[in-house]
Write a protein that binds this ligand. Structure first.
Ligand code: ADP
Ligand code: VHF
Length: 373
């Protein structure tokens, strides 16, 4: 299994930590960034969709500001990140342009992904960028977060992005070869684990915090991230970013680093997540054609198949889909509010723009966000 995790995956999140984009924690190493761009462009040529989660804003900002040691105060870290993020985004744009690839900057906070509406917006922005063949480059929006709402580290952020867009694999690159039986900086006899289930209880005793002085979360946060990614069915690979061509070699099926295996496939996990988390805010009544399309065709719900809208829901909230006899046949996340849905129901999706003045999505509920009951 390990050999092919990345080989067969189509959608991948790659996370690179501060230690892999900076010169020993101070300033960006543009040659290294160029290396990531080159490898990601090769992955894309292999037909993979890649989202990059990159740290480095604080480290670059500190160098620009001439600060020698990492400040303890949150507001100073935020200031450094604000300075450094400009260069981080620009440096990636320059590096990827060598490979004729466009990049896009996305800054996210925890709040953005816990609000349904923002969650859907972030999801459709990233998916649109991927469709346009653009490489989304994500970092935490350090300016607006305070301690309680920080992702805590970019490992966690990368896992949430894996959940958000149902990536099949999360690759966390760091300064160690993978997960060892103990922190190799402290235990010289620690050995590398090549494959383990995310739910294996032994992981707990192996993974420690960081002692590098540059990174933040250590192996603990990478393991937590792997567990989180597994909730949407994504496997995680933790490997050394210092291994030459590590991404390309992983994509070619080489066993490098540690594979943390999820217990269930992406599609099953997504449906379970939806079924567990949905609090229904309203409902729509479907005509027979739409009911059939959902039940046997595995299709999305289009506005044209809706004959009635009930309740008062917002974009991103859960709604029930009822058949003509009033039986609930599915639940899903609405792309339009109740008011909007009312205006576009019974109409072909090509008319959404004319009716609402804009078009978000062509579906009222996308099949990825729909659970058949
Ligand atoms: N069991 C373990 N296996 C490997 N590394 C570990 C383990 N426990 C703790 N670590 C520490 O985690 C560090 C990597 O995390 P971190 O410094 O946060 O890196 P990054 O900047 O890449 O996120 C390693 O340098 C290592 O010292
Ligand atoms: N937003 C911060 C991320 C800090 C962070 O998580 O660092 P790391 O543990 O090296 O991935 C920055 O860009 O510096």
């Amino acid at each position: 299994m390990t050999r092919s995790i990345l080989q067969s995956a189509r959608r991948i999140i790659v996370k690179v930590g501060s230690s892999l984009v900076t010169n020993e924690g101070s300033g960006l190493d543009r040659q290294v960034l160029g290396g990531w761009a080159g490898q990601i462009s090769r992955l894309k040529k292999m037909g993979k969709e890649v989202v990059l989660v990159s740290s480095g804003a604080v480290a670059e900002g500190m160098q620009r500001l001439g600060w020698k040691t990492r400040p303890a105060a949150l507001y100073e870290l935020q200031a450094a990140a604000a300075v450094g993020q400009m260069d981080l985004a620009q440096a990636y744009a320059d590096c990827f342009s060598e490979y004729k690839l466009l990049t896009a900057q996305i800054l996210l906070t925890h709040d953005d992904l816990s609000s349904r509406k923002r969650y859907l917006n972030a999801r459709s922005t990233i998916l649109t960028l991927l469709n346009l063949d653009i490489v989304p480059i994500i970092n935490e929006n350090d300016t607006v977060v305070s301690d309680e709402i920080r992702f805590g580290d970019n490992d966690n952020l990368a896992a949430l992005v894996a959940n958000l867009i149902e990536a099949e694999v999360l690759v966390i690159l760091t300064d160690q070869e993978g997960l060892f039986t103990g922190d190799p900086r402290k235990h010289a006899d620690a050995t590398l684990i090549s494959e383990i289930s995310v739910s294996d209880p032994h992981i707990e005793t192996m993974a420690g915090g960081t002692s590098s002085g540059i990174g933040r979360g250590g192996m603990q946060s990478k393991v937590m991230a792997a567990r989180r990614a597994a909730r949407s069915g994504a496997h995680t690979v933790i490997a050394s970013g210092r291994v030459e061509n590590v991404l390309v070699r992983l994509a070619n099926g080489e066993a490098i680093g540690t594979s943390l295996l999820a217990d269930m496939p992406v599609k099953v996990a997504r449906k379970l997540w939806l079924a567990d988390h949905l609090q229904v805010r309203g409902s729509v009544v479907l005509d027979d054609g739409a009911s059939r399309a959902l039940l046997s065709g595995g299709k999305s719900l289009l506005p044209i198949g809706v004959v009635e809208v009930r309740g008062n829901f917002e974009r991103g909230e859960a709604i029930s889909c009822l058949n003509t006899s009033g039986r609930e046949i599915a639940r899903g996340l609405a792309n339009y509010s109740a008011r909007e849905s009312h205006k576009i129901m019974r109409r072909p999706s090509s008319q959404i723009e004319a009716v609402l003045g804009y078009v978000g999505e062509y579906e009222l509920v996308h099949r990825d966000n729909l659970v058949i009951l």
